[in-house]
Structures are given as C-alpha cells and as structure tokens.
Design a protein around this ligand. Structure first.
Ligand SMILES: Cc1ncc(COP(=O)(O)O)c(C=O)c1O
Length: 387
C-alpha cells in the first residue's frame, strides 16, 4: 500500500537567501580580504544601528562563542554560581560550564517560558555572580524587574538573545538591558550568516576587550598597526572570529530584517487566531503589554488529555508535510551531561519539563506563504482532533 504524499511540504524553518545575498558573498570572493575587513566592521555598525542607540557590537563565530566570551571577560569562574533557566538550549549553560562556574537552574513561568524575577531571587546565594537570561523563543523577559534585582545583588546580566532578534521591552531591544547580549546567526534564525553571532554591549570598553579576546588576545587590529605585522599579546585569547563572507551575508540579510519580522508577526497573528479556541491548547506568548516578541515560531503547550499525545500529534503533522520542532526537547538539567554531573530532580523544574514534553513549535516566517499558514492551522487542528 503506498502512502499518499502530503498536499504541501512546509519546513519548520528555512534560510531566506536572495539574489542580493548571493551577490554580496560573491563580491567578497572577487576581492582579496576574507577576514579582518570592512564587511565585519560595517556589519557591526549596521547591527548596532538596528538595535538602538549607544551599543557596541562585535562579530563572532556563534552565539555560543559570544556567551563564552562574556563569562570569560567578566572573570566568572570556579566557585561562582550563575543563575540560568532550566528551559533553554544547552549552549546557554555550556558557556557557564566552560569557565568552571556552577549553573543554578530555575524553573519558568508557564505562560511565557521565561524565568521570572521571583524565581531568580529565590536562587540567589552569596556565591551568585551572574544571571544568564534567555528570552525564550523570542519572548522578552521582564527586564525592568530582573535588572532591579541584579542591581540589588550586584550581579552581571548576560542576555542570550539567540532567537530574539527584534524583541523589545518598553521599546528597548533585548540585549541592551544587561551587561552583554549574545545573538545567533545559525541558518534557522531570523538572520543567518551560515554560522555566526554577535556580542553586544552598552559599554564600549567591554566590547573592545571582547573584540581582542575573540582574536587571540592580540592588542591591535590590522588597521591599528603602525608597523605592519607588529603586535603584542597581553592576554590569553581565542579565535572566535566571523569571516568577511559571513559578514557580507549578514549585512545583506539585515537590510530585510523589518520585512522578515513583519511576515513573522503576520503569520503568528493568523495562527494564533485559528488556534486560540482549540480546547487544551495553550499558546506561549508575551503577557506584558510593553513586551514585543521576535515571533521566532508559535509554540503551543498541550494540556489535559492532549498532553500525553504530543508525539502522536508531531508524527501526524510530519505526515501532513508540516515541519515542527520542540523548544527545547529537555530541560537542560535533564540532558545526559548535566544529569550525570548534578543529578536530576523531576520535581524541581516542572514547568520547564511540561514545555519539553508537551509543546509543539509551529512554523512562521518568510518561507511561508499566507495560505501555508492556514494549511498549518488546519492540519494542526485536524491532528489534535484525530490523534
Ligand atoms: C537560546 C539559545 N542560545 C544559544 C544557541 C546557540 O546558538 P549558536 O548555534 O549560534 O551557537 C541557541 C541555538 O538555537 C539557542 O536557542
């Protein structure tokens, strides 16, 4: 018996690459500067202009690299504790582990998937040095209250904005509240450079120091060298640089970011309207009026009798050609590495666990036509009713 092909095939995400993007990369290849060049510098300036006033940006090889550089720069290490969400990507916490500090996991708000000021406050100890915040699926955290708490306890705030490009709180872009913000340009993100990321800070001295740390700790860039080839290395460093090819692609993509965000918002609005009234389906979204999300995807949490049928519904959607994902498939402390290192207590991160085990992320974005969005909604409702 042959299985009928689905009426449509809609990937969960797909990079939006145009002819202009290809031309921008080809132009770099026609020149001779493949790294340390004007594309990287311009990308940093243009990204800063998009984020808002008075921010300095540093191109890096990934968001994970940006996070690692942040903890290294702030001197966080063995004996220090960093408060992190249990519900996030492993990278958020790996960065803490790599500097030898101890992650302290906190549970999330069931409505948004974000950590709350109360959750963080309950986890602060005399050893806490920083908060590793995540704007979960691009929904901004409650930054005014979290920053007030951080100031009271003199804690650094590192914002993981991997999938939060375009998210704002009270008009201010995420990444500009804390001491550092870290963005990802992995292919499924709002903007891609293949692999890549951006470290951002409101403090030019922090950005300057991180720029040196990402390039071996060398004390002057090529353009700052009075005598070519001569430099010194006052500190240890890494090679976490972005190439000129990547930066050219990033610049070209950034020119379409407003259109990209508008398409995501429109798709989210259509999907939300179709799914709102479906029983036992709860949409994760911003709850505060002054929070604007990045609409990375639309994630639903299945409740009641649907909860145990999540994987069957995922399978039905795959069979119908609807690409889905799960953000994120385990609370980080349940991942094998962290479970072995710190043990896992299933009663401690119940909301994070619920999102991992009961949620489905549905696609939005420029790779979908408006009628694709309607198809996603129909197939989702059908899968819920039939599963
Ligand atoms: C919240 C979060 N942080 C960090 C990362 C890692 O980003 P990158 O692949 O650029 O290192 C991801 C990847 O999806 C993520 O979702």
């Amino acid at each position: 018996m042959s299985i009928a092909a689905p009426a449509r095939v809609i990937p969960f995400a797909r990079p939006w690459i145009t002819e202009e993007d290809r031309r921008a990369v080809a132009e770099v290849l026609e020149g001779h500067i493949l790294t340390h060049g004007p594309q990287g510098q311009s990308f940093e300036a243009e990204f800063a202009a998009f984020l808002g006033p008075e921010v300095s940006c540093v191109t890096v090889s990934s968001c994970m690299a940006a996070l690692h550089l942040a903890y290294l720069h702030f001197g966080i290490g063995p004996g220090d504790e960093v408060i992190v969400p249990a519900q996030t990507h492993a990278a958020t916490v790996h960065a803490v582990e790599w500097v030898g500090a101890t992650p302290v996991f906190v549970d999330c708000d069931p409505a948004t998937g974000n950590v709350t000021a109360e959750g963080i406050a309950a986890a602060v100890t005399p050893r806490t040095k920083a908060i590793g915040l995540v704007h979960f699926i691009g929904i901004p955290c409650d930054m005014p209250r979290i920053m007030a708490l951080a100031q009271r306890h003199d804690l650094k705030v590192i914002e993981d904005c991997a999938i939060a490009l375009g998210a704002r709180h009270g008009g201010r872009h995420v990444g500009l509240f804390g001491d550092a913000g870290c963005f990802s340009f992995y292919p499924v993100k709002h903007l891609t450079t293949g692999e890549g990321g951006m470290f951002v800070s409101r403090h030019p001295a922090v950005a300057g120091a991180v720029a040196r740390l990402r390039a071996f700790g060398v004390d002057r860039s090529h353009t700052e060298r009075a005598v070519p080839g001569l430099y010194d290395v006052p500190s240890l460093g890494l090679n976490y640089r972005m190439s000129e090819l990547q930066a050219a692609l990033g610049r070209s993509q950034l020119r379409r970011i407003d259109e990209n965000l508008a398409r995501r918002r429109a798709h989210f609005t259509i999907l939300r309207a179709s799914l709102r009234a479906v029983p036992d389906v709860r949409i994760l979204e911003a709850t505060e009026p002054d929070a604007a999300t990045s609409h990375y995807c639309l994630s639903v949490v299945l409740e009641g009798p649907l909860a145990a049928r999540r994987n069957a519904i995922l399978a039905a959607l795959t069979a119908a050609g609807v690409g889905t994902s799960v953000y994120y498939p385990h609370p980080v402390p349940r991942l094998q590495y962290y479970r072995a290192r710190y043990g896992y207590d299933a009663s401690r991160w119940t909301q994070a666990q619920r999102i991992s085990d009961q949620s489905i992320a549905l696609p939005v974005g420029p790779h979908l036509a408006d009628d694709d969005v309607e198809y996603v909604a129909q197939r989702f409702i059908h899968a819920v009713e039939e599963s």
